[in-house]
Design a protein around this ligand. Sequence first.
Ligand code: AN7
Length: 370
Amino acid sequence: MTITPPAINSLTPPPTSHAQGWPGLIEAYRPYLPVTDQTPVVTLKEGNTPLIPVPTIAAEIGRQVQVFVKYDGLNPTGSFKDRGMTLAISKAKEAGAQAVICASTGNTSAAAAAYARRGGMRAFVLIPDGYVALGKLAQALLYGAEVLAIQGNFDRALEIVREMAENYPVTLVNSVNPYRLEGQKTAAFEVVDVLGDAPDWLCIPTGNAGNITAYWMGFCQYHAEERCRRLPRMMGFQAAGSAPLVTGEAVAAPETIATAIRIGNPANWQRAIAVKEASQGQFNAVTDAEILTAYRMLAAQEGIFCEPASAASVAGMLKVKDQIPTGATIVCVLTGNGLKDPDTAIQHSNNPFKAGISPNLQEVAQVMGF
Ligand code: AN7
């Protein structure tokens, strides 16, 4: 078959506002964000991530519902953290900061490193030694962060960086920095801009509860401006081995395969409770096995590779599916890219890897089952 290219003059020119492509979320949502003409915008053109229908997962619910995933793993450093970091780093630069610091289970460190270096600042990152996925560590190192692996978990690392920022000239860029949440709320704007309204449910993996707080801020702000008519129920999902928002008690030694949300004492605990109450939402726990099932389904049935923590949103939705009203629209947030954690993918793929095959046609055909 021959394919005839379209005549040049049949192409519609892009609208002027997009002639330069997507401008990054600070420019796209400037009226909604705490920036001025004096703010130096540090951007990697983050945001504008796709909202993808997942029909085979929707079919698991057994009623007529629409399910979408907000694939925030397609941000420049591969996670939703870029939304908060473009603003936090721009504001730090505006204030004259020369160095930033964060504690991280991995994604915050990658985003802080990339944006800080791009903004001409030093980035110090404290990570729990041995519990950060390989891709994230690779990013932090190559972006040029000063990586300090501590012999303790994320919660201890966060205590240390909070004290560091109080006593030394370094700006804290964890989600206790209000600009992080301001940037991250733009994900809710994007969801409404695509759907034309807020969804009925927003399912989201929850660690420090910064992102669930930020989404709620975004939906409420759009609602106040009458850009959406409804507000979603906010459904937060934690890993069973680190589910303080479900049990109501801090977890001293959190454990889960989803290392991104291996957090026992969420920094935004009070805010998380407020969001749950205001939205008539819930916090529920999902086991590592449930997380891995959703992780494999997303990849093998829908072609979407997210990291294990992100799959907690889909695992959780399926776990509480009996509560979903017929006709509902649901958005599950996929917070990070699957490439962040190749070890977990290979160890838990359930897909036999056919190795050691001699390089001849007959043998290849035989292995293929022909
Ligand atoms: C993929 O990078 O806390 O509830 O230090 O990486 O806002 O904490 C990461 C958190 C969900 C939880 N999904 O978000 C860090 C860090 C992924 C994540 C969360 C994280 P919050």
